[in-house]
Design a protein around this ligand. Structure first.
Ligand code: IFM
Length: 444
């Protein structure tokens, strides 16, 4: 079996560098009967939304098998586990706390701590309670305040047992895919929707940070953002400008407000009707100090001019693809990290997600996922290169611990380092998990 390795002098071989695995609530938990419905339950129930017409009713049945899953995580030898809380499992519709739901996460956190595993909690990984969506969801400013209340309840309950709290996972996906393109829940379509949702999500982040600062001053608090490094399709000035606009619109829209308190200039290039309503004081709430920013990276994006002063994304060419059709471009990962560092006064960075889906097969009890091992090898080296160029990166989380519900693609895509047989809920460590485990045990 081939291995995952890093250059001998890599700072990532030191014990202080945190390695983990990541999951999210809706993608693994199941147990819908013990929480209130969320927007993904509703979305999955609509026709033609999910590739295999599946839903999150069972997923990996993690609520049932969580103790076994904790043992599996510990066996991998990771330093940390990144999980998300299902808002609708810990809060009731009347705004009161769900005591049993909170107890589930308390037990989970305690069990992980007993195994000496640092817990990285994400408060919002896309599963907005449906009753809030019925009141406008992220288009309604009140949702940001409801989120702050929820953050207050969770951080009071779990306290500093949690090493790190991230407010949101990938607000780009919630806003753009969910409210602008409509391919994710709640399936709304329109630029004005997308931009307003993005603003309210960022506002929610800022408001929640205030609660976190008060309740858990010693936990590491921040946010997780996703980025696809922007490239231009050709050397033409029109395409170069298009790539810059795509970068501002899809990447910097979410990070610049956090670090500089402003939206990118590309905002002036969208119609006045699509511009978000920003109340006085919002940008100050959004631009609070973060202890860390989580970076999720999978691939790059290539843009060209649409001929009308705007950008369009082109179908990737020239690199191998994952099962998602995403180009494998580790150099783009280094470029992204170095450019973010050059442009902003960044807090410490954690790579909170990186990984790949491939067409894994379980044969005679083994999954030989050499392509995933290669992906991890090349992308860990990309992170190492960025650190050597001065970027302050403190940790790396493989996405994902185990195969799970891949949103609009259902169970058809497998991102796990652990294979899940959904019929039996049997977990099998893929070769990538064995390689990750071996790499972790060989650290200095
Ligand atoms: O599975 C998702 C995850 O929920 C968020 N980041 C990207 C992953 C792969 O698409």
């Amino acid at each position: 079996m081939s291995t995952i390795s890093l250059p001998d002098e890599s700072p990532m071989l030191r014990r202080e560098f945190t390695y983990g695995v990541a999951t999210s609530s809706f993608q693994i938990e199941g147990a819908t009967e013990s929480r209130i419905p969320c927007i993904w339950d509703t979305f999955c129930a609509q026709p033609n939304t999910i590739a295999d017409s599946s839903n999150g009713d069972l997923a990996c049945e993690h609520v049932k098998y969580w103790q076994q899953d904790v043992a599996m995580i510990a066996d991998l030898g990771v330093d940390a586990y990144r999980l998300s809380i299902a808002w609708g499992r810990v809060m009731n519709e009347d705004g009161s706390a769900n005591v049993q739901g909170l107890q589930f996460y308390k037990d989970l956190v305690t069990a992980l701590r007993q195994k000496n595993i640092k817990v990285f909690v994400t408060l919002y990984h896309w599963d907005l309670p449906q009753y809030l969506e019925a009141q406008g969801g992220w288009l309604n400013r009140d949702t940001a305040y409801a989120f702050a209340l929820y953050a207050d309840v969770v951080s009071n309950a779990l306290g500093e047992q949690v090493y790190s709290y991230a407010t949101l996972n990938e607000p780009f996906c919630s806003a753009y895919l969910g409210y602008e393109e409509g391919i994710h829940a709640p399936g709304k379509v329109g630029q004005a929707y997308g931009r307003q949702a993005a603003h309210h999500l960022l506002l929610a982040h800022g408001l929640a940070m205030q609660a976190l600062r008060h309740n858990v001053p010693n936990s590491l608090c921040g946010i997780v953002l996703n980025f696809s490094t922007a490239y231009s399709a050709t050397d033409s000035q029109a395409d170069i400008d298009a790539a810059r606009m795509g970068d501002e619109y899809h990447n910097h829209w979410y990070i610049q407000p956090l670090l500089e308190g402003t939206y990118p200039d590309v905002m002036s290039q969208i119609g006045v009707d699509a511009q978000p309503h920003i109340a006085p004081g919002d940008m100050d709430i959004i631009a609070q100090k973060n202890d860390f920013i989580g970076v999720n990276y999978y691939t790059r994006a290539v843009y060209r001019s649409d001929g009308e002063g705007w950008f369009e994304q082109v179908v990737p060419q020239g690199h191998a693809l994952t099962a998602m059709g995403w180009e494998i471009v580790p150099d783009a990962f280094t470029k992204l990290l170095v450019e973010l560092d050059q442009r902003y006064d960044l807090p410490p960075i954690y790579i909170t997600e990186n990984g790949a889906a491939f067409d894994d097969r379980l044969v005679a009890g083994e999954v030989v996922d050499q392509q995933r091992i290669d992906y991890f090898n090349s992308h860990l080296r990309a992170v190492d290169n960025a650190i050597k160029q001065g970027v302050d990166i403190r940790g790396y989380f493989a996405w994902s611990l185990m195969d799970n519900f891949e949103w609009a693609l259902g169970y058809s895509k497998r991102f796990g380092i652990v294979y899940v047989d959904y019929a039996t809920q049997q977990r099998t460590l893929k070769h990538s998990a064995l390689a990750y485990k071996a790499m972790l045990s060989n650290r200095l």
